[in-house]
Design a protein around this ligand. Structure first.
Ligand SMILES: [Zn+2]
Length: 514
């Protein structure tokens, strides 16, 4: 069979910072509509040419009918957590800190099979919603396991989806990470969580090293990275160990940085400086470094991250769900920071819909200032979800654009879907109107993994039954732990709200700090 495919008759939309050049620019309606008709020639997993309709193709190339379809680059989820794909729908009014309190209880102790299941469930949702790659920060307790990471590699590999899988690790519990919190909790909690965990920490890095060394999957599709949980939950020694390991293996480091005001104040209390300054002083910032959220960064923090060539993974849905505020993305971009876009986990945002993430990124930029010149444009939102996120994942040269030389990761949107009736502006309707119901087909590496609404690599019916059973098991095994966590909510909630309102002076950029 020929390794060539040619998509004919479709419109093609890439993110671009200038006004898109339509076919026949003298016609204003055509110009505004954007997304000119173009044919796309694909060889194997790579786009060879994008050209005018009627593009020459080898005689034996498989022809894909692109009529009434709008092609956009596969959306890339820069921040998610597969371990939270099953325990969703908890905590109506949880803050980040209340969610972290209940994390162990709702997560349970999944088997290796259940880790695979959770990743496939996320992959099914992401693919169906036009996402072709993700950065999955996955937590295993008490430490990562080679088998667990391998199961995730297998899950994404079987789904035909690209992923960066990063073991999410902490060296102290959430309770011990917020200055002063442990001391207000019951004695048995204090006794359990104040013990040092050095042996586990060393083991975590050793396991990660083994997983990196023995990784058996195609790194062009599924690769590993390292995810120290957050500056407050990870010791300096562990940060340095993670950094060394990342440099040795040439992989990414991804952490939660300045996600909530409680964290920002906690950082000032513990280190007497911002968490970002602390990271910079440790020497762990660099082009492979991704800061998730960055809601509570001041202007100097952003400059430090930009100077290091680091990225931010912007998660507008979870920032709002947890009441953490809105990240000053315009300022980040002005500083020269690369910004990718993420959904965060299914338990905190509450889905894996990158179209929704784009719209929320766009809208949250608008409510921060009446100066519309500072708002994110639709092209900027699409750029964050494609090329920005591709850079976060370390796939910057291969993904995020429909152009010759890039990998053939392409979403086919149905222009007959009501989201496009009538079609006035492809870019505005993709970013602001599309809710993923218009996703018709998804190609990853030249292969249709969603073909006219049908997932070709994942048996969803089987997944559904297994996911329900897995959650039942969490309830059975962890019901009592959840009860205990819920009993702590008032004291943790009251303490954290108090901390967030303490006299410590923390700035966000939008508070006027420079
Ligand atoms: Zn996260």
């Amino acid at each position: 069979m020929s390794s060539y495919k040619v998509v004919r008759g479709a419109r093609v939309l890439n993110a671009c910072m200038q006004a898109p050049a339509g076919v026949g620019d003298s016609n204003l309606a055509v110009k505004l509509r954007g997304a000119p008709h173009a044919d796309v020639l694909i060889e194997g997993d790579t786009i060879r040419e994008v050209g005018r309709p009627g593009l020459a193709a080898p005689a034996d190339a498989t022809v894909i009918d692109g009529r009434d379809r709008l092609l956009i680059p596969g959306l890339i989820n820069a921040h998610t957590h597969s371990h939270a794909n099953i325990p969703r729908g908890f905590g109506d009014r949880w803050t980040l800190e209340l969610a972290l309190n209940a994390n162990a209880a709702i997560r349970g102790q999944p088997s290796v099979d259940q880790k695979y299941l959770a990743a496939q469930l996320g992959a099914a949702e992401m693919i169906r919603k036009g996402c072709t790659a993700c950065y999955d920060l996955v937590y295993e307790f008490p430490q990562p396991s080679v088998e667990g990471l391998d199961a995730l590699g297998q899950a994404y590999s079987d789904a035909g989806m690209r992923a960066v899988v990063a073991p999410l690790m902490s060296t102290q519990s959430f309770y011990a990470s917020i200055p002063g919190l442990l001391q207000v909790l019951p004695d048995h909690i204090q006794a359990e969580f104040s013990r040092p965990r050095t042996s586990t920490d060393d083991a975590s890095l050793a396991i990660t090293r083994k997983a990196l060394r023995d990784w058996r999957f195609d790194r062009g599709q599924v690769r590993l990275a390292i995810a120290p949980h957050s500056p407050l939950q990870v010791s300096d020694a562990f940060w340095l160990g993670s950094h060394r390991l990342a440099v040795e293996f040439g992989v990414g480091v991804h952490t939660h940085l300045g996600e909530s005001k409680v964290q920002a104040v906690g950082g000032m209390e513990r280190y007497g400086k911002t968490l970002t300054t602390h990271m910079a002083d440790l020497g762990v910032l660099g082009p492979n470094f991704t800061a998730a959220h960055g809601t509570w960064l001041d202007g100097d923090d952003m400059k430090r991250l930009a100077h290091a060539g680091a990225s931010v993974a912007h998660n507008p849905a979870s920032n709002m769900r947890y009441g953490n505020g809105m990240a000053a993305v315009r300022r980040m971009l002005d500083c020269g920071l690369n910004v990718g876009l993420g959904t965060d986990s299914r338990s905190c945002s509450d889905n894996l819909n990158m179209f929704e993430a784009m719209r929320l990124a766009s809208y949250t930029s608008r409510v921060q200032t009446p100066d519309y010149s500072q708002w994110l444009s639709a092209h900027e939102a699409l750029a964050m979800a494609t090329s920005g996120s591709a850079k976060v994942l370390g796939f910057g040269d291969d993904l995020g654009v429909i152009a010759a030389g890039y990998k053939a990761d392409i979403v086919f949107l149905d222009l007959k879907n009501l989201n496009y009736i009538p079609l006035n502006s492809a870019i505005i309707q993709v970013v602001n109107a599309e809710d993923a119901t218009g996703v018709d087909s998804v190609m990853i590496a030249g292969r249709m993994v969603l073909d006219r609404g049908r997932l070709t690599t994942i048996d969803v019916d089987r997944l559904v039954a297994r996911a329900e059973a897995a959650m039942e098991r969490v309830w059975e095994v962890n019901g009592k732990t959840l009860e205990l966590a819920l009993r702590l909510e008032d004291v943790i909630g009251t303490f954290c709200v108090g901390l967030a309102q303490s006299p410590y002076h923390v700035h966000r950029y939008c508070d006027g700090a420079s």
